[in-house]
Design a protein around this ligand. Sequence first.
Ligand code: KG4
Ligand code: ZN
Length: 376
Amino acid sequence: MKILAIETSCDETAASILQVEKGRLSVLAHVVSSQVELHAKWGGVVPNLAAREHVRNIVPVIDEALTKGLCTPDDIDAIAVTEGPGLIPALLIGTTAAKTLALVWDKPLIGIHHLEGHIYANLLAPDTELRFPLLALIVSGGHTELVLMQDHFEYQVLGETEDDAAGEAFDKVAKMLGLPYPGGPIVERKARELGITNYELGIKFPRPKMDSDDYNFSFSGLKTAVLYFLQKHQPELENKNFVAAVCHEFQEAVVDVLIGKTERALTEYRPATLVIAGGVSANVRLREQMENMVQRHPSCQFLMPPFMYSLDNASMIGAAAALRFSKMNETEKITLRKNALSLEPNANLPLIENMYWKIPPKIKKKTEKNIGQRAM
Ligand code: KG4
Ligand code: ZN
């Protein structure tokens, strides 16, 4: 089967074509149109500007995915779209496009949770098998969560951030340093420059909640510590070695906390698989330190999404959808087709078993008579 997947939850307009053949998942087309340059001017994502860009880009992006995947609408068996969480003005564009195509092409439509997509991005690495129980560290611009899964689509949130998400902290610290949005990649790059100059300042930032005996995170205290430190060292902001040293120590603090909490969960729950997911999972320092830590837990396999699937994209949405389809019976698939119009984006969609396709359709098609009556 072939799936057209669409993602517009934040500032990337994305469409992909995925194929499932003899149980093997492959990406036939992967198109991402990023709005990063537009939002960089404002220092963060402006929801209404994002929506306007999604409106401009959604049709060309879907068209490009179909062309690259050598598909006509007849070749598509199902449509998948990010249902939430995310920015409502942005989600509305993707879900409206998906609903329209599902209706016009008469295809089943499946709504996918954005974080579920990030987790299943791990399936897009070659020869990957998810073994359960599975522990997922989700680190993105909007979320930081440790999630335990006993099986596909069974989520137990062990802990989450009490304030800022990890990616958000990278973005805010970058802004304080006068670095452009998105902060993560540039802070990582600057941190690496420290090795070249070997600039030593003896900076030490806190590792909030690293040793607390829950699975929650907190990054706002770390962000404030960086702010106070920079206020005391204003003139040094011109010094690129100083900036590199701050980026380096900030990144070490975030990575230490993420590794510490993840290891605590590995020790307590002994999962068969550990995955990292979300935009911050592109961070090489986090990847390296996670690999080192997992060596202390040899019964656990460690998976990372390929870099191109770490940041927001539609292939991850298609991967989750492909798996969901494979677990559905015929009645569920029929209901899914009937319910296409009842899919509504949800900015705060919780990460729990989402089975909207089992609920009877909310929207009934108008009959000829109804339409006629209204016209009079
Ligand atoms: O998953 P994602 O693409 O979008 C959301 O769902 O939020 O994650 C974006 C976040 C941004 O905060 C960005 O700064 C961060 O991921 N990020 C990184 C890196 N690349 C992206 N953070 C640290 N290191 C990176 N290399
Ligand atoms: Zn994301």
